[in-house]
Design a protein around this ligand. Structure first.
Ligand code: IPM
Ligand code: MN
Length: 353
């Protein structure tokens, strides 16, 4: 297969983990004889510094013309505590999602048996938890009308029926590939936009009689993710709820640094870790590259290359079993590996297979 990949390293630890992910993609393409090419582009604070724009037109063109975007992270301390900043790195990510029409964010929440003791939850609660959150990504408050005055400010949460039904279609598709249980998360007891979600979902549910559809208010869902995570199979929800619930869900697995995601829709799909740019760790060779590397697995799987994805997952599991771990998940203080060393180990595992 011929693959043209836009690489967007971004800020903080982004560039370090990006290199490791790209090396894994190269190793896989070498092994399976895919013709891959890469083009690197600016995004986030790095792009603001160079051009004043967190998602420059040139980056957009590179993304648009690629088969996939391999994204790392954006965010920089210089902007975090300055509410008056006119441009922010995060706007680069939002502009990318909107301009590429990436309305569905797929976030698998998986547990790794060997890391489960790192979970803040008791093992008996979290063992076996395995669900996927489908977060709507280009609507809601993130993109609704905004006004920012000194005394009054607002962000409108707006959804059209079309936006709701297309994300529900994606969710039903995933439910069909899994345990056929879909939970629609909303706040229909209070919000009009949520009532449109619920109405649309109820109508659609009758077209999917093979899928068990249930509904949960978001406050209850946030509690259930802690109390009974094994209940869930596929969750679908609006943008802001999905942002919050997926951070919550990721930590209960004990391994936020291990979770990848895919954003799909109309344009070029984007594959990225769910964690942020961790600017304090930039350049220290301590960041965990596994979420980025697993994003590469999601990318191959998206293209139907399941053997390629499987080999990456096997290599990641082997690195964990062998104790080739960055400080965040290391068990043995005398044997801690750097970002680069973990990446190199995984590449050499792939080459040896
Ligand atoms: C995420 C991030 C982004 C979001 C930020 C960086 C804009 O938190 O991908 O979850 O809120 O969507
Ligand atoms: Mn988030």
């Amino acid at each position: 297969m011929k693959l043209k990949i836009a690489v967007l390293p971004g800020d903080g630890i982004g560039p370090e983990i990006s290199v490791q992910g790209v090396n894994v993609i190269k190793a896989i393409c070498n092994k399976f004889h895919h013709d891959v090419s890469f083009e690197t582009a600016l995004v986030g604070a790095a792009a603001i510094d160079a051009t004043g724009n967190p998602f420059p037109e040139e980056t957009y063109v590179i993304c648009k013309e690629a088969d996939a975007v391999f994204f790392s992270a954006v965010g920089d301390l210089r902007f975090d505590n300055s509410p008056d900043a006119k441009v922010r790195p995060e706007q680069g990510l939002l502009a990318m999602r909107k301009k590429l029409g990436l309305y569905a964010n797929i976030r698998p929440i998986e547990t790794f048996d060997c890391l489960i003791h790192k979970s803040p939850l008791k093992e008996s609660f979290v063992k076996g938890a395995d669900f996927i959150c489908i977060r709507e990504l280009t609507g809601g408050m993130y993109f609704g009308e905004k006004s920012e005055g000194d005394d009054k400010a607002y962000d409108v949460c707006i959804y059209s029926r079309g936006e709701v039904s297309r994300i529900l279609e994606v969710a039903y598709k995933y439910a069909r590939m899994r345990k056929r249980h879909l939970t629609v998360v909303d706040k229909a007891n209070v919000l009009a936009s949520s009532r449109l979600w619920r109405k649309t979902a109820k109508e659609m549910a009758s077209r999917y009689p093979d899928i068990e559809t249930d509904f949960m208010y978001v406050d209850n869902a946030s509690m259930s993710i802690i109390q009974n995570p094994c209940f869930f199979d596929v969750i679908v929800t609006e943008n802001t709820f999905g942002d919050i619930l997926t951070d919550e869900a990721s930590v209960i697995t004990g391994s936020m640094g291990l979770l990848p995601s895919a954003s799909i829709g109309e344009g070029t799909p984007v594959f990225e870790p769910i964690h942020g740019s961790w600017p304090q760790a930039a350049g220290k060779n301590i960041a965990n590259p596994l979420a980025q590397i697993l994003s590469a697995a999601m990318m191959f799987e998206y293209f139907g290359l399941s053997e390629e994805g499987r080999l990456i997952r096997e290599a990641v599991n082997a690195s964990l079993d062998e104790g080739i771990r960055t400080p965040d998940i290391s068990e043995n203080p005398d044997s801690v590996y750097g970002t680069k060393e973990v990446g190199e180990w995984i590449v050499s595992y792939i080459e040896r297979r």
